[in-house]
Design a protein around this ligand. Structure first.
Ligand code: THU
Length: 129
């Protein structure tokens, strides 16, 4: 396991805000995660003129995870434009569950949360076993 510094992870998520492509909502989101091998992965939201095709920041972070070698997410931070944590949308909770499971640490205020509290009794890979 790796050391988890959530303040540092949040700063990494904040750094992604500047890369956001969100001309329609003007709601930039940055995401950062720690992988069980110690590396970090990042993402930002990528909107589309066909609004419903928007990719959330967590979605692009998961792509970065897979693209750079996979592994299990152990902690994530997702922030909005004012640099405070934003709740992952329902779809992203499912995406995060696939790669981190219920014990994934989610940066939140006043306390971090476990993903299992955000998506209880989630459908996941075990259901297909
Ligand atoms: N957004 C994310 O990137 N992640 C979330 O979990 C919530 C919503 C983005 C999608 C869209 O670009 C903008 O926030 C407003 O909905």
């Amino acid at each position: 396991m790796t050391n988890i510094d959530l303040a540092e992870l949040r700063n990494l998520a904040i750094a992604q805000l500047a890369l956001s492509y969100s001309p329609y909502s003007n709601f930039p989101v940055g995401a950062a995660g720690i992988v069980d091998d110690g590396r970090t992965v990042v993402g930002t939201n990528v909107e589309n003129a066909s609004y419903g095709l928007t990719l959330c920041a967590e979605c692009s972070m998961v792509s970065d995870l897979v693209r750079t070698g996979g592994g299990r997410l152990v902690a994530v931070s997702t922030v909005q434009g004012d640099k405070t944590p934003v709740a992952p949308c329902g779809r992203c909770r499912q995406l995060l569950f696939e790669h981190g499971g219920p014990n994934l640490l989610v940066d939140w205020e006043p306390e971090p949360l476990l993903l299992g509290a955000l998506i209880p009794e989630a459908f996941g890979p075990d259901n297909l076993a």
